[in-house]
Design a binder for this molecule. Structure first.
Ligand SMILES: Nc1ncnc2c1ncn2[C@@H]1O[C@H](COP(=O)(O)OP(=O)(O)OP(=O)(O)O)[C@@H](O)[C@H]1O
Ligand SMILES: [Mg+2]
Length: 409
């Protein structure tokens, strides 16, 4: 039995949303091909019968696809064509902005976002800020709005692929190639940070390469929901996607997230590109997050021994657990990236390492020496004090006994 268009779309959505793996989908596609044509079935049935997805997951995926497509086709001023892709939470369609006759990408957010007024407010605020950005390495934001209860985000259409597609195939980037990609993203971030926008979700799926090889950072200005973190920690985390690239301070739920969180996530992406694997892997999203917080990083040149010390050092500084030990800004990072690109040492990273070491030394002194000296002094004083009290009491008793005896005579 052959696969229908509906099967293809359904299969893509369930894999994109992390409900089943690519292998599980392929297995069912094969079963579908071999299935008796006199007894028709669907890919959806096979995925459910093989327990790769549940009936309710299948229903939710179907409903989301149908409803968002319906909402997208009612956005005034736009004509919607087909689906470009789906993430863990949203579906992206290709469309046309009729007034300007230009091709665009339209991202439709899930309905649950509309239920949180704080989020909706931030969605419009960040959307407006993003529309003011103008940079060759940033996917331009064109419009935000609501249709049929769904909020949408209209952006520049990028004809190309995401960095994730290459990494998922197991590609390991050469140093020069990886430095070039990271530099273009760092330039995009420098532009956005200077205008007060922090991305908060830098990762290979949000880094696109267009047909002319230019890097485009996507989803800038798409306000993220703070409850995403809570969701990732919970069972529903399966649909959220594993937080391989998230910074420690975002995991801790800190509110003053700054440029350094994006530098951390770009560091993880850099690590993935040159080693072929993410630095912290675990079975559940919450275990991955624990590792970001606590587990020391295996230096990238320990995994790919052909890497230069310079690139490894830059990645380690980008990924320092304490944001104080990272590059302060994307500009500062760019100086080191340019240096290692030319085969020169990353001087800023050296300095950061020295400062971190000095701080550790100072902390060590504080902890090891001072408190010990203080405790010793106090203990000695206490001992002397007790000895004096005991001694004087003994003398007093002795005097009393002598007086008592002499009075008796
Ligand atoms: N501006 C765009 N132009 C062309 N295709 C796009 C554009 N933005 C997104 N896409 C495609 O749509 C897919 C889904 O994007 P979306 O941002 O919803 O999720 P994601 O970034 O892949 O993953 P996640 O949901 O985990 O953030 C992308 O992987 C990409 O293939
Ligand atoms: Mg995205």
């Amino acid at each position: 039995m052959s696969e229908t268009n509906y099967d293809t779309m359904f299969g893509k959505i369930v894999v994109d949303q992390g409900l089943c793996t690519e292998e599980e989908l392929l297995k069912c596609k094969k079963l579908l091909e071999e299935h008796d044509p006199n007894n028709p079935t669907t890919l959806e049935n096979l995925l459910v019968n093989n327990r790769f997805i549940t009936t309710s997951q299948a229903k939710r995926a179907k409903d989301a696809a149908r409803e968002t497509k319906e909402a997208a086709s009612h956005i005034p001023g736009y004509k919607v064509f087909g689906k470009l892709g789906a993430g863990a939470m949203a579906i992206v369609y290709k469309g046309k902005q009729l007034s300007l006759d230009r091709t665009v990408a339209i991202k439709i957010l899930p309905k649950r976002f509309s239920e949180n007024p704080d989020y909706v407010q931030r969605f419009y605020k960040e959307g407006k800020a993003a529309a003011k950005l103008n940079h060759n390495n940033i996917v331009a934001a064109f419009d935000v709005g609501e249709a049929g209860g769904y909020h949408y985000f209209v952006m520049e259409y990028v004809e190309g692929k995401t960095l994730y597609e290459d990494l998922a195939k197991g590609k390991i980037f050469s140093e020069a190639e990886a430095i070039e990609v990271v530099m273009q993203v760092a330039r995009a971030l420098a532009h956005a940070h200077a205008r007060g926008l922090i991305h908060r979700d830098v990762k290979p799926k949000n880094i696109m390469v267009n047909s002319t090889g230019i890097i485009k950072l996507a989803d800038l200005g798409l306000a993220r929901d703070a409850s995403d973190i809570a969701m990732a920690k919970s069972e529903a985390g399966k649909a959220f996607g594993t937080p391989y690239y998230i910074s420690p301070e975002q995991i801790r739920g800190e509110i003053d997230i700054d440029a350094r969180a994006d530098i951390y996530s770009l560091g993880v992406t850099f690590y993935h590109m040159v080693t072929g694997r993410v630095p912290f892997e675990a079975k559940t999203p919450s275990d991955v997050m624990k590792k970001h917080l606590k587990e020391p990083l295996i230096p990238p040149d320990h995994i790919n021994t052909s890497l230069s010390a310079g690139i490894s050092e830059v990645i380690e500084v980008m990924m320092a657990k304490n944001k104080k030990d990272r590059y302060n800004s994307a500009e500062e990072l760019l100086i080191d990236l340019e240096a290692i690109g030319k085969g020169e040492p990353p001087l800023r990273a050296h300095k950061k390492f020295n400062i971190a070491e000095l701080e550790q030394l100072q902390m060590g002194e504080d902890i090891d020496l001072e408190p010990q000296e203080k405790t010793y002094d106090q203990e000695t004083i206490a001992k002397y004090r007790t000895a004096i009290i005991v001694l004087s009491s003994a003398i007093a008793i002795l005097v009393l006994i002598v007086m008592f005896l002499s009075a008796g005579k």
